[in-house]
Design a protein around this ligand. Structure first.
Ligand code: DC
Length: 238
């Protein structure tokens, strides 16, 4: 199907399957996929590795502010995967640990961190035909995105998915730790002052608690076909 050159903004709470959905749509329609959460994770990893976050979680905001604009965080496409780099170093694995997950929400609540990430995301998207997932894509980064999706899912299902994902990567997570981390992040992400997580008024809401990936794709096609009044019935490769 000929999906127009649009920007698709995908927002929602942690572990609602935003990135899986966005990657699948990107592959199916040949869109650029950008993971905005990875950028916040990259800033957090940098801060942790450079002693800017104390063990008790205190962030040295003044020091981070001095260096933030020198951070060379960018995505590279390798074998169909979009990977995050800090300079020449691929940090895709390091940014997905529970340690980074436990500090990333406070870091992402800092206004100058958000300004840095927003500017990068807009620059990366200049060519258009982009699908980006996060917490404020449809409200702040691309308020004029042609299509906005807001994803929700049952809490236990979300935690189980994140647990399975980590086990698959060889980690040995504690289920309760994940439940706690998701609840904490949801709270901070939706209560912070700058660009809190909100459902955009014009978003299409998808509750994927009981949906398969294929059903999500079919749902997305239906929305696109209806919204852009595409005459031809969309076809899928799977
Ligand atoms: O999607 P994720 O779990 O990788 O995101 C990590 C954190 O980054 C999340 O807890 C909140 C923050 N984030 C944000 O504040 N705004 C975004 N657009 C994306 C992520």
């Amino acid at each position: 199907m000929n999906v127009p050159d649009i920007i698709i903004a995908v927002d929602g709470f942690s572990a609602t399957g935003k990135s899986t959905f966005a990657k699948m749509v990107a592959k199916e329609f040949d869109f650029l996929y950008l993971d905005s959460g990875a950028m916040y994770r990259g800033v957090t990893l940098f801060a942790m590795e450079n002693g800017l976050i104390a063990k008790d979680g205190t962030i040295d905001e003044a020091a981070l502010k001095v260096v933030i604009d020198t951070l060379d965080l960018h995505f590279r496409n390798e074998e169909g995967k979009t990977l995050l780099y800090l300079g020449e170093r691929c940090i895709e694995t390091e940014i997905r640990t529970l340690a980074v997950s436990s500090y990333v929400s406070p870091v992402s609540a800092i206004a100058f961190v958000r300004a840095y990430v927003d500017a990068k995301l807009r620059a990366f998207s200049e060519g258009g035909r982009v699908i980006m997932d996060g917490r404020d894509i449809g409200t702040t980064v691309f308020p004029n995105a042609e299509l906005k999706v807001f994803m929700v899912a049952d809490e236990k299902v979300r935690a189980q998915r994140r647990y399975d994902e980590m086990v698959e990567k060889g980690d040995t997570p504690v289920f309760e730790d994940i439940v706690k981390n998701l609840a904490e992040r949801d709270y901070i992400d939706s209560h912070r002052e700058t660009s809190p997580l909100r459902q955009p008024e014009d978003a299409y809401v998808m509750d994927n608690t009981h949906m398969t990936l294929h059903e999500e794709l079919v749902w997305c096609l239906g929305v696109i076909q209806g919204k852009f009044l595409l005459y031809e019935a969309p076809s899928l490769t799977w």
